[in-house]
Structure formats: C-alpha cells, structure tokens
Design a protein around this ligand. Structure first.
Ligand code: NAP
Length: 280
C-alpha cells in the first residue's frame, strides 16, 4: 500500500523536511500533500514537484492521508489538532514536531498512533540528530517507516519523552548555542588583538568544522585534549579556565531553557483544556 504523507505547516522546519524527503527521493511527489496557512509559499516547491498536492484544507488533508506530520508552532498545533481530530482515520500515523507539546496532550485529541519528533536545522546538511518518541499504539512497522524517512536528515535517536527537553537543547537548540559560543570566542580574540571580527571568524569557523570532522572520524573528546593540550602548555591554561567556568554556564543555561519549556507547556496545556472543554 502506498502511504500518502500529509504535512500541515510549511515554515522553516516543514519546508526543510518536505524538500529534504523529496530531493532525496524518500517520498514520491504524488504521495505528498501539503496544507499551510499561506499556500503562496509553496510556489517554488510546486515548480520543482508539480505532482505534489495542495490540500483544500487541514481537514481535507487529514481525510486523505494515512500519515500526517504537524509542522506548526506548539499553540497552532493544538488548534490544528482540535480542527482535524474528527477527520483522521483510526489507523493514521500522526507525527508532531511541536516542542512543548507532550504525546499525552496530543492523544487527548487523537487516541491513535502518535509519534513526537524533534528535528534540527543540521538536517539541511543530512547531519545531526532527529529525536523520536512513539506512543504504545505505534506499531513496529509504522515506527520503522517514519524513522527510516528521517535518516535522510542524519541520525535518528529514540529516547524517553521525559528527556526530550534536555536532549532538545543538545540537538535542536544546539546549532544556535554552538554558533553563539564560537561567535563569543571570535569576539574575545578581537578584544585582545588587532584581528577584525571577520578575520577572527575566518580562523575559528574552519577550526570548528575541522574539530567536528576529527570527532566524526573516530577521535574522542579525550584524544583531542591529549593531542592538543600538553601538560604545562599554553592550551592547558585555556582548558583549565573552561573546565572551571563552563559547568556553571551550562547548568544555568539548561535551567533557563527547562523553565521556559515548562512555561510554554503550561500555556499549551491550558489552550488544549480550553479547546476540549468547548467540545460537546
Ligand atoms: N525552527 C527550529 O529549529 C525547530 C526545531 C525543532 C522543532 N521545531 C518545532 O517545529 C515547529 C515549526 O517550527 P518552524 O520554525 O518551522 O515554525 P514556522 O516557520 O513559523 O512554520 C510554521 C508554519 O505553520 C503554518 N501554520 C500556522 N498555523 C497553521 C494552520 N492553522 N494551518 C496550516 N498551517 C499553519 C505557518 O503559516 P504562516 O507562515 O502563515 O504563519 C508556517 O508555514 C514548532 O512547533 C517548533 O516547536 C522547530
């Protein structure tokens, strides 16, 4: 049976996922349907893949597809769930990429096969990690099929939902957190030299990608430290400083993001309560 895959929302992540899966031929264009608030954003995609279908509405897409990916913001996702719940088939596989929206809340609207995933911008490079968590209704076959699709974006890692938020810091927030770290490294260099910001970035960015490649090719963090930071040498001074300061920086960072996740989750749950209370 051909699976018809529908995508609701075509923003930053929705477009990355749709384009990636089509470009890598993981999905056939004729088996893809999209519904998004402003269909004008689909023009470039439709020029390239004219057989991709644009659904008449979110509800029509829910009726026509047996795998539906929700690629909207967390609050919008609750609204979309409320809108389409009655149109989903009982054996539809519903996949949400919304942060701060636990599976337990999704199943209040649709008590079927539900998978929650966290993509990352690094997927554009077919690299990085997509986090996965399935509810118990998801069959092994459905889990395997959706996980295989997302191998197009790098590694797929299935984890307990209770660790989703911290893991999201490492994977999905990671590109921004790593970018700011290296930007600050470059800025510090300009405060202690006549290097311009551009020159400092031109030195640190290849160092970042070279270090990532060393790690990919089998170096561990420890081997890199041993090879570069010799006892009593100058690198060791920098390493000692970071080892002293960074635990506090990262503990505080994770505490702050966790507090924000909780706040967002509370707001999303309140909205879900409100929408479900309104139902007959
Ligand atoms: N950005 C990331 O790096 C990232 C990483 C991991 C997870 N996520 C999660 O991914 C989800 C989407 O994030 P994003 O960055 O892609 O957001 P985005 O760029 O704002 O995209 C959301 C898309 O959904 C559309 N939309 C909103 N309400 C809709 C509705 N009722 N029906 C149909 N389409 C609707 C929006 O249309 P308009 O353009 O007209 O508003 C937009 O195309 C979020 O839940 C976020 O938590 C994001």
């Amino acid at each position: 049976m051909n699976i018809k895959t529908g995508f609701i929302g075509y923003g930053s992540m929705g477009s990355m996922i749709v384009q990636g899966l089509l470009d890598k031929k993981c999905l056939q264009p004729q088996n893809v349907s999209i519904s998004t608030r402003n269909p004008a954003v689909l023009t470039t995609l439709l020029d390239k893949y004219p057989s991709v279908q644009v659904a008449e509405s979110n509800r029509a897409l829910a009726r026509e597809c047996n795998r539906v990916l929700l690629c909207t913001s967390p609050l919008d996702t609750v609204h979309v769930l409320s809108e389409i719940a009655g149109d989903l088939q009982v054996d539809t596989h519903l996949v949400s990429i919304a942060a701060c929206l636990p599976i337990e809340q999704i199943t209040r609207f649709f008590p079927g096969l539900v998978t929650r995933i966290v993509p990352s911008l690094t997927g554009e490079m077919s690299s990085g990690v997509t986090l996965f968590c399935h509810n118990t209704a998801v069959t092994n076959k459905a889990a395997q099929e959706i996980e295989e699709l997302f191998c197009a974006f790098g590694k797929v890692v299935v984890i307990d939902e209770e660790n989703f938020e911290v893991a999201t810091d490492l994977t999905s927030c990671g590109p921004a957190l790593i970018a700011v770290l290296f930007e600050e490294f470059a800025r510090a260099a300009t405060r202690h030299s006549t290097l311009s910001p551009e020159q400092a970035r031109a030195l640190v960015i290849p160092t970042l990608s070279g270090t990532a490649r060393l790690l990919e090719e089998g170096y561990t963090m420890e081997t890199i430290l041993t090879r570069v930071a010799k006892p009593g040498g100058l690198t060791e001074e920098g390493v000692k400083q970071l080892q002293s300061d960074m635990p506090f920086v990262y503990d505080t960072l994770i505490q702050r993001t966790l507090a924000k996740y909780e706040l967002r989750k509370t707001n999303v749950i309140k909205e879900a309560d409100r929408l479900l209370d309104k139902k007959p």
